[in-house]
Write a protein that binds this ligand. Structure first.
Ligand SMILES: [Zn+2]
Ligand SMILES: [Zn+2]
Length: 339
């Protein structure tokens, strides 16, 4: 990938590198005891925001820990809060770290004859007014450059001089627990790949993967999206998942997980006796604690859409009136996008 990037730059073209993760690194880990910096309000790691110009172990506008779900911020500790070790390490790679590493290879006089600009495009670099316009203008001058972007760059932008698109670390989406994740990942990959070769020159796309023989990925690359989608649809049919069955997702949010789970249990008890209706849950939502609130969920699946909606019509108002649902937030999501 590095060789292809250099080749493209030397030919006078631009490179787009897609990494859907902003910040410096997604995890801060203690190498001595395994402690990780987690958000106190969410079931999530804090992202390390840091860049080479700032002191790593002190608080500045460039150096901090941040939750990408609730915006909670903290200092980067100098020692592990659990064991006192100084052996804290940022693990994984976000757009800032990737840009820094590329800088060391392609914009450093010791390693590169020509110095190429590395342009980072994500929510952190485009927050200020006019910053996106300035970036866009710089790109559209057409000089050789490396663009590093999150999904902000996937859609709608026309970069005529980009002839190489790189997708490092493309596996995450194919390994996720959400059954719709491969579908969404493939769509994003197709969109990003579509940024290559939009001008007069042909484009090339490089995908970095730990599973080069992943069947779905091969299908997508060799046979295209339609063929990939047909394969997924077959899988969905075998597993009885949408669009072959129709879904309704009931989410319950409250101050404790016990209360939200209990309300959903009571809701099940009020469900009319319906054949061909699968009830899954209640279970903890994928990120059950978010912004200090707890989430549980219940999934209903039915072959017959009309029957499902008939049941929901009878059931939903009594559920909202349940004594155990008082003070909780209950929502009903028909044809949910994920669960
Ligand atoms: Zn430790
Ligand atoms: Zn949080």
């Amino acid at each position: 990938m590095i060789g292809a990037i250099r080749q493209t730059l030397e030919a006078g073209d631009q490179v787009l590198i897609f990494l859907n993760r902003r910040g410096y690194a997604p995890v801060l880990l203690c190498e001595a005891c395994g402690w990780q910096a987690d958000c106190p309000r969410c079931d999530a790691h804090l992202t390390v925001h840091y860049n080479g110009q700032s002191q790593r172990n002190s608080y500045s506008s460039n150096s901090y820990l941040k939750c990408h779900h609730c915006d909670w911020q903290a200092y980067i500790p100098t020692v592990c809060p659990d064991c006192g070790s100084q052996n804290l390490d940022a693990k994984g790679m976000g757009t800032t770290r990737l840009s820094e590493n590329l800088h060391a290879i392609f914009a450093n006089p010791q390693t590169s004859k020509e110095l190429y600009p590395i342009i980072q495009i994500d929510r952190d670099t485009t927050r200020r007014k006019d910053s996106w316009e300035n970036i866009y203008e710089q790109i559209n001058k057409g000089n050789p450059a490396i663009l590093v972007g999150t999904q902000m760059v996937a859609k709608g932008h026309h970069f005529p001089n980009v002839t190489l698109v790189c997708l490092p670390n493309a596996d995450r989406g194919f390994l996720s627990a959400d059954f719709r994740s491969p579908e969404h990942t493939a769509q994003l990959m197709i969109q990003v790949a579509g940024r290559a070769g939009r001008g007069d020159k042909a484009g090339r796309v490089l995908i970095q993967t730990l599973q080069p023989d992943n069947e779905l990925l091969l299908k997508l690359v060799k046979d295209g999206y339609l063929s990939f989608a047909r394969e997924l649809l077959q899988e969905r049919q075998m597993m009885g998942l949408p669009p072959h069955r129709h879904a309704a997702l009931i989410r319950c949010e409250g101050k404790t997980l016990a209360a939200t789970t209990q309300a959903l249990k009571d809701a099940i008890a009020h469900l009319p006796n319906a054949h061909n209706l699968a009830v899954l849950g209640p279970i903890d939502a994928p990120m059950s604690k978010k912004n200090s609130r707890y989430h549980a969920q219940l999934l209903l699946l039915a072959k017959d859409r009309r029957q499902l909606h008939h049941v929901l019509g009878q059931w939903w108002q009594p559920v909202l009136a349940l004594p155990s649902a008082k003070y909780l937030k209950l929502t009903l999501d028909i044809d949910p996008v994920g669960w």
